[in-house]
Write a protein that binds this ligand. Structure first.
Ligand SMILES: Nc1nc2c(ncn2[C@@H]2O[C@H](COP(=O)(O)OP(=O)(O)OP(=O)(O)O)[C@@H](O)[C@H]2O)c(=O)[nH]1
Ligand SMILES: [Mg+2]
Length: 181
């Protein structure tokens, strides 16, 4: 089986980093020099990221990452097409990470209602607040039950964990659908 998985999140959260650390092919990334002075980073993604990963059972994950800059919102729908799950990567250094989360939950509403979603909070090492319980409460208040965890996508192990959690939800969903029939 092949699965398309999408990573999204604000500029600098670590989408390109995450795909780069787990991809077994040279990750494709459309980086250009960053001219947005409000985010201190040299380059930013303007098209999308792409990487591939084969699981132990032979399943292949095709990993896509959205650009973080708001001016590329039009890419969201294109990239969401055919995806089997969404990983929302939050950057806890930003002024209002909870409303960032809302933006992606709203923007990808259809995809996540039909598939699976994991909410991963990055950059907690330097910015522990808001804590995980605030994110969970926020999701619960919206009637959503997705796994929320802290991550550091510079480490392969953490990215693998996010993918595992997403795949697990898909398996559960498939089982439930089988019972429905
Ligand atoms: N300290 C710390 N640094 C992190 C963490 N996660 C990612 N980073 C760093 O943050 C930066 C993220 O950059 P990218 O991977 O380019 O971010 P992006 O989400 O692709 O950004 P855009 O393409 O501009 O939207 C990299 O320098 C990572 O090494 C973390 O949890 N803690
Ligand atoms: Mg990027």
């Amino acid at each position: 089986m092949e699965y398309k998985i999408l990573f999204t999140g604000p500029m600098g959260a670590g989408k390109t980093t995450a795909i780069g650390v787990v991809s077994e092919v040279l990750a494709l990334s459309t980086e250009v020099q960053n001219t947005d002075a409000s985010v201190k980073k040299n380059t930013t993604t303007v098209g999308f990221d792409y990487g591939e990963l084969t699981l132990d059972n032979g399943d292949k994950l095709r990993l896509y990452g959205t650009p973080g800059q708001q001016r590329f919102d039009f890419m969201w729908e294109i990239l969401a097409r055919g995806a089997l799950g969404l990983i929302i990567l939050i950057d806890n250094r930003r002024p209002d990470p909870l409303s960032d989360l809302d933006m992606y939950l709203d923007g990808f509403k259809r995809l996540i209602s039909e598939t699976a979603c994991v909410v991963a909070i990055g950059h907690m090492d330097a910015h522990p607040e808001p804590g995980l319980e605030r994110f969970s409460a926020h999701l619960n208040a919206r009637g959503l039950l997705y796994p929320v965890l802290s991550t550091d996508v510079r480490e392969t192990m953490y990215v693998a964990e996010l993918l595992d959690l997403l795949m697990l939800q898909l398996e559960v969903r498939q089982d439930v659908n089988t019972y429905d029939d």
